[in-house]
Design a binder for this molecule. Structure first.
Ligand SMILES: *Cc1c(COP(=O)(O)O)cnc(C)c1O
Length: 366
């Protein structure tokens, strides 16, 4: 079966007479466990839940390895850091990674004696920081600068030095990019973004091929308690069935919008991995199935960017990305990222691209 067929079936039981196509949610803290609890598939809700099992088996099909769902993307990031890093260890983090990942590295792990080294994502520059490290953290495409790291090359270099490799796969999603097949030890994502794609829940996951590493992540989740609610998991599983459709449309829209922006004299630095002039386009084409929904561009200054965003009728001003609505924000309003005042991060949704381009044209022409 091809991937676009498989994703609709993934994690669901074979059709059974009189049974729903998508099984119901299990809300449970305690399960009836007579006698030896090890004989019971489910015991207590912090350890496992049948709704998680269904979603996790769908994730495993995309990732090519077992996966564990977490309460949020950052809970999944923290699980890999927490399970792998001890005082005295060194982690190599992209200097342009997701802001909260850097906050966690600096604000918590470096405070307990973990050494944090930074290097940019572009040109796989992290390769020069690997000697003596414990964990290499990769994020590709990076958020919000959309730089691309070579997962296979970095993984090989890290493993040659005994360094574990984790990839934050949020921007691409596991449908578009398989970090484990490219050599990484962990594939991590915020499923709040493209994977669930409807801006209605927070969720994350970690996948790992090595059973010892997988067990460490499972233990962390159970002992820290960073578990997802069954409702969120059920919704994400439902939404995942349309991931292929959504990503195909979003990537096509993102490319159309990027090409439109490149035709405007008042817009600079249009960036999208699917554009032939993206500095790492060839590498992105090699390791990604779709180029994703996120693009970025720069307007003259803060005032122009704010004016554009408030003049748009269809493009919604909001943070986050990956959802079915086309959204955008002036990233510098948050601080923490090395971007210009007029830098805009945009998520292409599933609307008709002509409507979005008309809306943007009107807002830019003011
Ligand atoms: C959003 C995001 C996260 C954190 O995910 P939450 O679900 O918000 O906790 C981690 N990494 C990247 C790249 C993200 O975009």
């Amino acid at each position: 079966m091809r991937l676009s067929t498989r994703i609709i079936r993934a994690g669901h039981a074979a059709p059974k007479s009189g049974a729903p196509l998508h099984g119901g949610i299990t809300f449970a803290s305690t399960f009836h466990t007579p006698g030896d609890p090890m004989q019971s598939p489910y015991t207590y809700g912090r350890m496992h839940n049948p709704t998680w099992t269904a979603f996790e088996s769908a994730l495993a099909e995309l990732e090519g390895a077992p996966a564990l769902a977490f309460a949020s993307g950052i809970a999944a990031v923290a699980a890999v850091f927490g399970a792998c890093l001890r005082p005295g260890d060194t982690v190599v983090v992209p200097s342009d990674s997701y802001y909260t990942t850097r906050l966690l590295a600096d604000g918590y792990f470096s405070q307990i004696g973990v050494h944090v080294r930074y290097a940019p994502t572009a040109n796989s520059a992290q390769i020069d920081q690997l000697d003596g490290a414990t964990l290499l953290w990769i994020e590709t495409p990076s958020n919000p600068l959309l730089e691309i790291a070579d997962i296979a090359r970095l993984s090989a270099a890290a493993h040659a030095r005994g360094v574990l490799v984790a990839v934050d796969n949020t921007t691409a999603t596991a449908l578009s990019q398989q970090p484990l097949a490219l050599g990484a030890d962990f594939s991590v994502a915020s499923d709040t973004k493209g994977l669930s794609g409807h801006s209605d829940l927070l969720l994350g996951h970690v996948a790992a091929s090595d059973p010892v590493l997988f067990e460490k992540i499972y233990k962390w989740r159970t002992q820290i308690g960073a578990i997802p609610g069954p409702m969120e998991v059920w919704l994400a599983h439902r939404s995942m069935a349309t991931l292929y459709l959504r990503l195909e449309k979003q990537a096509a829209n993102a490319l159309r919008i990027a090409q439109f922006l490149q035709s405007r004299a008042d817009v600079t630095d249009v960036r999208y991995p699917g554009l032939a002039d993206h500095p790492a386009h060839a590498l992105a084409a090699q390791q990604m199935r779709f180029f994703g929904s996120v693009l970025s561009f720069t307007l003259a200054d803060r005032a122009r960017a704010e004016q554009f965003l408030s003049a748009c009728q269809l493009v919604i001003e909001t943070t986050s990305f990956g959802g079915i609505h086309t959204t955008a924000e002036r990233r510098a309003r948050w601080g923490g990222d090395a971007v210009a005042d007029g830098f805009i991060r945009m998520n292409a949704g599933c609307e008709d691209a002509d409507d979005i381009i008309e809306d943007m044209t009107a807002a830019l022409d003011i």
